[in-house]
Design a protein around this ligand. Sequence first.
Ligand SMILES: *Cc1c(COP(=O)(O)O)cnc(C)c1O
Length: 348
Amino acid sequence: MHETSAPPASLRLTVNPDALGANWRALDAMSGAARAGAAVKADCYGLGADKCVPILRDAGCDQFFVAHWSEVAAVMRHVSPEKIAVLHGPLRDADADYAMATGVVPVINSLDQARRWNARSGGRCHLMIDTGINRLGVSPDQLSDPVIQSLSIDTLMSHLASADEDSTMNARQLEAFRACLLLVQHNSASLANSAGIALGPDYAFDLTRPGLALYGGIPRPELEDVIRQVASIEAAIIQTRTISEGESVGYNCTFTADREMRVATVSIGYADGFLRARGPGGLLRHEGRKLPILGKVSMDMIVVDLANAPGLEEGDWLEVPFNLPDVARQSSVSQYELLTTIGRRLRH
Ligand SMILES: *Cc1c(COP(=O)(O)O)cnc(C)c1O
């Protein structure tokens, strides 16, 4: 008996490997003397670690950051464990055990985590310092604690709260981070995320940690001409119909036709990450022609107006706009959320 494979899906996500590789190289170049790593948490921001990690590795990246221990295995299929760091750190003894067993590097975020790591291994780790975002990390005044002083710190890190804005917070965090570098032994220092890279060489130190911009996000205007779109999404028409004046479309009848209209039902919905916030004012495209969305986004479907492309039929593929800054502006869903809510059905 042979396994029956599923027929092709009626929606698809395409990752452009050249664009992803070029984005990493561009961010690495913008990092100046520093080298760029890559944030690959959340399954490479929704685009799929199995697709993206090998491309980043082949482009030259050798530091990969995930948030959870559960995300390690997918990355370890493609790169060696000492190049992978877990940002949440060893929250439990089992996390520290797993780090030791695999060789993956924990990011230490608290005195508690430092004690846990010292008690089990005391091997190479990174240290996160909180310089103002008040999320994870030890505070600067904890650096003198013997439990921190006894760590074997490879990269000393901090994270910017407002790098995507021209905020005085950036300079304050930079100054606070610089002061910390004098207080604890380390091999290298790292502060900038994608937006932080665009703040200039002062912020780059030895290692930068871009995420969003690798995958086509543009958090600051300086990156507009540098970053290429990586992901594109298409969905097929699965039914067409003509509705009369006065008929409505979708849940809660939020759209009512004021004339006879030809409309298409398209195979993508909020379960695929096409959130309801993208309905009002949103559109799909076919060869540049705009097809406005009618009514509410359903779980598996949306309905579009075919007035600008009357020849389209069941089986035709439509482009789902995924230029991240444009779609974020149009929909009020952030570029980060547009990527990381991409649904499972699109990733197969
Ligand atoms: C997610 C994350 C990054 C990447 O940030 P982007 O804004 O996506 O570039 C870098 N560093 C840390 C600590 C993170 O949590």
